[in-house]
Design a binder for this molecule. Sequence first.
Ligand code: ADQ
Length: 417
Amino acid sequence: MAYRSGGPKVLAIVLAGGEGKRLMPLTADRAKPAVPFGGIYRLIDFALSNVVNSGYLQVVVLTQYKSHSLDRHVTKTWRMSNMLGNYVTPVPAQQRIDKNWYLGSANAIFQSLNLVHDEKPDIVVVVGADHVYRMDFSQMVAQHIETGAGVTVAAIRQPITLADQFGVIEVDETDHRKIGAFKEKPKDAKGLPDSPGEVLASMGNYVFDADVLVEAVTRDDTREGSKHDMGGDIVPAFVDEGRGYVYDFKDNVIPGSTERDQAYWRDVGTMDSYWEAHMDLVSIHPVFNLYNYDWPIYTDYGPFPPAKLVHGAAGKFGEAHNSAVSPGVVISGATVTNSVLSPRCHIHSGTTIDDSVLLDGVEVGRGCVIKRAIIDKGVIVPEDTTIGVDLDHDRERGFMVTESGLTVIAKFQEVKA
Ligand code: ADQ
């Protein structure tokens, strides 16, 4: 394919309609990509920062489920100068009132094909909005062009125990960049020949020539039995035709990143993995490094003053150890360890918080003990309350307790001591 000067014109489509059932109650009234992460970010900021840092500045964000908070964040944070034709635009699903409202990701693209026709790109990069990682999509696009693939799918090794959550790729025996077989969320996945405990998982990021994508989702729209899903229907159709290729994430190089940092990719699909990904941020040598300014993660969190750690009522200093403390936080005479505090949290004297994630504006009164908890926006914890200490007591008070024993308190949920 011949491109105009400056290389191919690329349109990025970010799939942001996910419901995130397994992240309840954080997704009770926000789409999964709008779930707060790392104190000041929303999950979608990682995908959008990757797209923009890759040099792609025409971006449509396809939304669907409970999109209000997501729309507001994207519109406010990702407003770009339109002077050069750059934009990040949220596009709600077509508001059809028939049963087709909740069809899969391929149908979301089909419903929005007018945006592709308007922009006339050469290449479309389709990415999910639910993961924490850094990736330069232009390196994947370069491979896509070199191989002449119908679709290129980004892939990363994952434990075989998680195979039923991913599209699993088997590479062709002779051409290792070609996909031999693709199974969406298989129950019977085979391990990799050189590592039986792992599979090669699709990251849910795809590159297409624009005309090929248009044809594929149009054909799929009327295909009998299709669930209109990128992983379940579109990719397997290309693989059957021998036109599916894989881009190995380990070949991706990010400026300013260490090897460990650029290999990081987390699907924060469950409360446990959400919490673990936060712990990855606050370990002394962070497993995922937010402090790489060569590949910034962009966000916007409002007009908050600096965080403040002050002397409290019991004559003790406010302290935070191995923790991320966002703007607007006040810790007075309390001790916070291995935790992430989002903007405007206020922690009062004599309280200790360990291994926890507090979202926007959580207020914790004096003398509380909080351990291994995720506390959503605006919760007020009265003084002398324990959370995560006696899990039966947590359940009795209506808090969710996960399989691994994390206590989760929903947005504005009432907390009794
Ligand atoms: P899942 O994440 O389970 O697996 P899906 O539910 O389709 O697949 O979500 C993919 C992305 O599309 C998410 O970012 C979601 O928010 C979004 N989405 C889903 N339906 C949408 C709709 N109708 N409108 C807009 N956005 C929508 C996918 C792949 C697997 C791969 C994993 C990696 O199907 O093959 O392994 O991602 O996590």
